[in-house]
Ligand binder design. Structure first.
Ligand code: FAD
Length: 146
């Protein structure tokens, strides 16, 4: 058992421009910084973007996860950051992902829409468990496709 290993799940409202070139560049910046910091901090996880929202899972030592979430909450590239879950875990769901990004492909979008349909596409109606399971399934599929 990994003492102190925790999983945090949140969602937020995207404040990035709708312009797809600028959105892609902004997400690339966020991912590059996330992967550098998360590798340093022993954090793994995945980030999903869809319908104007981000949803993210962070897993790692509690202190590091909390410090990353503090920085993330203060980032004005998104807002209305809502914590859904922060729980101790025995093992990681994303051991190979310093920060995976899913949701851009048509297949991923359709999957998220399927879950979102019952919630009016609003992740505020999704639980931390639902978001965690969705992101885990999508990253497993991406790993299988590589
Ligand atoms: P620096 O990169 O040196 O940044 C200093 C300050 O400038 C920070 O306040 C930063 O927020 C701000 N900043 C930097 N670039 C921009 C920009 N282009 N536009 C606006 N403000 C900017 N960070 C992680 O470490 N791990 C994650 O998993 C992670 N996930 C994220 C998910 C989302 C949806 C978003 C929006 C951000 C995420 N970030 C993540 C980034 C995080 O919010 C901080 O920007 C980052 O952790 C700060 O890193 P740093 O302390 O090295 O500071």
């Amino acid at each position: 058992m990994n003492q102190g290993l925790h999983r945090l799940v949140y969602y937020s409202r995207n404040h990035l421009s709708d312009d797809s070139t600028s959105f892609t560049a902004n997400v690339a910046d966020i991912l590059a910084k996330s992967r550098t910091n998360n590798t340093r901090d022993q954090i793994t996880g995945a980030l999903l973007f869809n319908a104007g929202c981000f949803a993210q899972v962070l897993e790692g030592p509690l202190e590091n996860v909390e410090a990353a979430f503090e920085r993330i909450q203060q980032d004005d590239r998104h807002g209305d950051v809502s914590l859904l879950a922060l729980d101790p875990i025995e093992s990681r769901s994303f051991p190979n992902w310093a920060m995976g990004f899913v949701g851009t492909s048509a297949t991923d979008a359709a999957r998220f829409a399927g879950i979102g349909a019952s919630s009016g596409f609003d992740p505020s109606y999704l639980s931390g468990d639902q978001i965690h399971t969705l992101l885990r399934d999508l990253t497993i599929e991406e790993e299988a496709a590589v």
